[in-house]
Design a protein around this ligand. Structure first.
Ligand SMILES: O=c1[nH]c(=O)n([C@H]2C[C@H](O)[C@@H](COP(=O)(O)O)O2)cc1CO
Ligand SMILES: [Zn+2]
Length: 165
């Protein structure tokens, strides 16, 4: 038997973990996941957008418009920040962060302060918004490598069917 050739790349694997993590999000409109990887290609932090610990998913709003205090925006913790805060307790200097969405300005500050040196993202759909212009300005000035991922496969399917293992 010769070795498989259709295995996923490291980029696809880590972005896949980020996307899988996003599946835990309760946000009805946008589910974001992030995955932090060290220089030995080991996963050291994962997160998704959700409410802070101890704040009920059922008692806080998920609306994305209307009175600010009645929307999710002041309360939700972004995937990237959660991945940083959820890390296994190491110094993140030199690590990479995989994130489905280009990070906002607040997450970018946390990324820079944590020592992460590369951001790999799938979508930059908010590129024109001021928060993201500020994010890019900070990340570039801080010398963080920014890379839009070009996946070699369009999707990866997971099956929980025991017969598929
Ligand atoms: O980089 C990000 N990471 C992240 O976790 N989020 C979260 C916050 C919200 O729960 C959701 C964005 O919601 P919406 O697309 O409805 O504005 O995604 C949003 C961004 C981009 O702002
Ligand atoms: Zn953010």
């Amino acid at each position: 038997m010769s070795k498989r050739t259709d295995y996923i790349s490291w980029d696809e694997y880590f972005m896949g973990v980020a996307l899988l993590s996003g599946k835990r999000s309760k946000d009805p409109s946008t589910q974001v996941g992030a995955c932090i990887v060290n220089q030995q290609n080991k996963i050291v932090g994962v997160g998704y957008n959700g409410l802070p610990i101890g704040i009920s998913d059922d008692q806080f709003p998920w609306q994305n418009e209307g009175n600010f205090l009645e929307t999710k925006y002041p309360y939700v913790c972004h995937a990237e920040l959660n991945a940083i805060l959820n890390n296994i307790g190491i110094n993140l200097s030199g690590c990479k962060i995989y994130t489905a969405l280009f990070p906002c300005n607040e997450c970018s500050k946390a990324i820079i302060q944590s020592g992460i040196s590369e951001v790999i993202y799938l979508s930059d759909k908010y590129a024109g918004k001021e928060n993201f212009i500020a994010a890019k300005r900070m990340l570039q000035t801080a010398g963080i490598r920014l890379r839009k991922m070009t996946p070699g496969v369009n999707e990866v399917t997971l099956s929980f069917d025991e017969k598929g293992v």
